[in-house]
Ligand binder design. Structure first.
Ligand code: PLP
Length: 417
């Protein structure tokens, strides 16, 4: 666009932005959490369980059963595509299980570690970006270095990962959200998963923390299956490489669901051994409640379709608002996820922080720019994570129309600066 037209556009956009500010909005697209209507879908849990005993006859109100009820482990096994014997069902948070695993790797090392990770000079994780902020803040908290690789539509950039892990034994692990990644919505293909499980690594105890938080969170009627991480790892001679995590946080209650871990027999025994010093058993009452509520894995799948019906219109509203203003301008691209909880917006380089600031000053809270990168550092200052599930549909529509104004305004400000 020639300079005079850009200047004109800037004037028009400033007027649009003033109109936006005049609306006095108070909207929030930061929180990747279920809306109240979604939580209501699981209200029935609150009057369960009706029984006190699990299938083996154990009283779930009492201590014991460290690996969790067999019947809930069967449900997770079906959803995750693994054997029930590989699953541990735990408390309400898979993030806590990830934190336990990383902490215990530092304190004790894995079964195949030469020494505890904390005795290494340096421990480094490969982090596909953009990614989940809490994965990165956890590692920063624990003193683990992070190196990034690009996340593509079919998973992490395999040549980049290979180059990092091949010769450097300090590279001990990697995060991966394989299905409907946070925030891009990417689904890791079987080919990429197979490469990651088979690739040579300098560290003999390299781990891929396979965080399948959104394994059944489809936004369309295509119910994509995750790659068989444990099977692929075994087949390539690295059965201990992946440790899988999931939870019902965004299936039932985000604060009171059931989390699970799945791994090789050796990894599972290692995890349970460490756990045995920290707990006598999980909340089996909650586990039984979930089993009674769902019946089986198909019960979970049917329940997820009800979630889909509630949130798919919100994701559609995000697409419509962005397209309506930004299509064809060349100032932004965004993901069109078919599952998960986020839309990943890439604005003109160098303007993400400005977009977030403009939105804030118009009463629209967005996740801070850079939060999907280790240390909060997006080198291109272009990535913004949008979370449309929590606000009501009309709020998503209003907020996103406003965000689109901010994206274009920030771009034209930069072009005319
Ligand atoms: N993993 C990912 C990728 C997430 O996006 C989230 C929540 O946003 C979690 C884990 C948190 O899981 P949980 O509630 O089971 O601790």
């Amino acid at each position: 666009m020639p300079a005079d037209q850009l200047a004109e556009r800037l004037t028009a956009l400033r007027a649009d932005y003033e109109d936006l500010q005049a609306k006095g909005l108070e909207l929030d697209l930061t929180r990747g959490k279920p809306g109240a209507d979604q939580l209501d879908l699981s209200e029935g849990l609150l009057s369960l369980p009706t029984g006190h005993r699990d299938r083996s006859g154990a009283d779930v109100r009492n201590y014991g059963g460290l690996e969790g009820l067999t019947e809930i482990r069967e449900v997770f096994a079906d959803l995750l595509g693994v054997d029930t014997a590989q699953v541990v069902a735990g408390g309400n948070s898979s993030l806590t299980m990830m934190y336990q695993v990383v902490t215990w790797l530092l304190l004790h090392g894995a079964p195949d570690s030469p020494r505890p990770w904390s005795q290494e000079e340096k421990v480094t994780f490969v982090c596909p970006v953009p990614g989940y902020d809490r994965h990165f803040t956890m590692l920063a908290e624990l003193g683990i270095d992070m190196v990034t690789v690009p996340m593509h539509d079919d998973g992490p950039d395999v040549p980049a990962v290979r180059a990092l892990v091949a010769d450097d034994p300090s590279v001990k692990g990697m995060w991966l959200v394989p299905t409907y990644a946070n925030p891009t919505g990417a689904v890791c293909s079987t080919e990429v998963a197979a490469d990651l499980m088979a690739m040579p690594t300098a560290a003999p105890d390299f781990r891929i923390l396979w965080d399948n938080a959104y394994v059944v969170h489809h936004l369309t009627d295509v119910e994509t299956k995750s790659a068989d991480a444990l099977g692929l790892a075994s087949a390539s001679g690295h059965p201990n490489r992946p440790i899988m995590f999931a939870s019902t946080s965004k299936i039932t209650f985000a604060g009171a669901g059931v989390a699970a871990l799945a791994a090789s027999p050796e990894n599972k025994a290692w995890y349970l051994k460490r756990l045995s010093y920290a707990a006598i058993g999980p909340d089996k009452v909650n586990q039984l409640r979930h089993v009674e509520f769902f019946g089986d894995a198909d019960g979970v799948r049917a329940h997820m379709r009800k979630h889909r019906d509630l949130i798919a219109p919100k994701f559609a509203a995000v697409q419509e608002a962005l397209s309506a203003r930004l299509d064809g301008l060349g100032v932004a691209t965004w993901s069109q996820p078919v599952g998960g909880y986020f839309v990943d917006l890439n604005v003109m380089d160098g303007t993400a922080a400005r977009v977030v600031q403009l939105a804030k000053e118009a009463g629209i809270a967005l996740t801070p720019a850079g939060s999907a990168f280790p240390y909060g550092n997006d080198p291109d200052d272009r990535n913004i994570r949008l979370a449309p599930t929590f606000p009501a549909l009309a709020e998503v529509e209003a907020a996103m129309a406003g965000v689109a104004v901010c994206v274009e305004l920030a771009a034209v400000e930069k072009l005319t600066a």
